[in-house]
Design a protein around this ligand. Sequence first.
Ligand SMILES: C[S@@+](CC[C@H](N)C(=O)[O-])C[C@H]1O[C@@H](n2cnc3c(N)ncnc32)[C@H](O)[C@@H]1O
Length: 242
Amino acid sequence: MIPVLKSLPEDRSRMTCRRLLTKVPALAIFLVVSAACTHSTPQTQQRMPPRTQDRPLQDRIKSGERSERETWQKPDEVVQALALKNGDVVADIGAGSGYFSRRFAGAVAPDGKVYAVDVAADVLGYLQQEAEKEGLRNLVTIVSQEDDPLLPRDAVDLVFFCDTTHHIANRTDFYRRMLPGLKQHSRLAIIDYPPGGDHAPHPPEQLVPRSQVISEAGEAGFKLVDEFRFLPRQYFLVFERR
Ligand SMILES: C[S@@+](CC[C@H](N)C(=O)[O-])C[C@H]1O[C@@H](n2cnc3c(N)ncnc32)[C@H](O)[C@@H]1O
């Protein structure tokens, strides 16, 4: 009697173990599925990222101009892909330190012009100094508003955004506000990080998926006409004004 009584709790614990083991596959599947759901990429931007312009100026310059960037940002290939010519007018929205603006200025010289547009006056001050040092006389800075790039009327052939769309709220309205500044057959080029990429600078919910960019640009009257796939970290879309 005594040995039987002693073995009872052990049997019960073995049974509990066996029951648990039969449940393990279901438990594992549940955990994997719920983890996948938690980390799934959102279909639209859910939240705005922290404002770039709130970071110290020197950090922003260092980050924009870091030499390592060239290996994956491929700025010369980007400029070449856009097939700019002498006389073209480019608006670089969210120009920052002018990583692209300065290259555009060279590509459209001597008769073309670049409007380097940004909400942050301090970084544009830096860019102006650099442009003077480099002798770029066709680069003009515009301190813009959060919801309006303040472009001159009927002036621009190409509007360019790099790593900026995810910082702009109400993008469709913003694109519509650009329209008076654009010439009739103008283009819009957008480079940005897809949510969830290995090198994305913000969490997925703070970035704008490629499909959302296309639908918002479409709502504002732009049709996707080209897409370049040579940038390893970002999408690169080109639209034409309809
Ligand atoms: C990540 S930086 C990109 C800078 C630059 N395009 C580059 O590729 O090096 C984003 C820039 O967008 C500017 N910005 C943020 N919101 C903006 C807005 N609503 N209109 C224009 N510029 C904006 C910021 O001040 C910042 O300089």
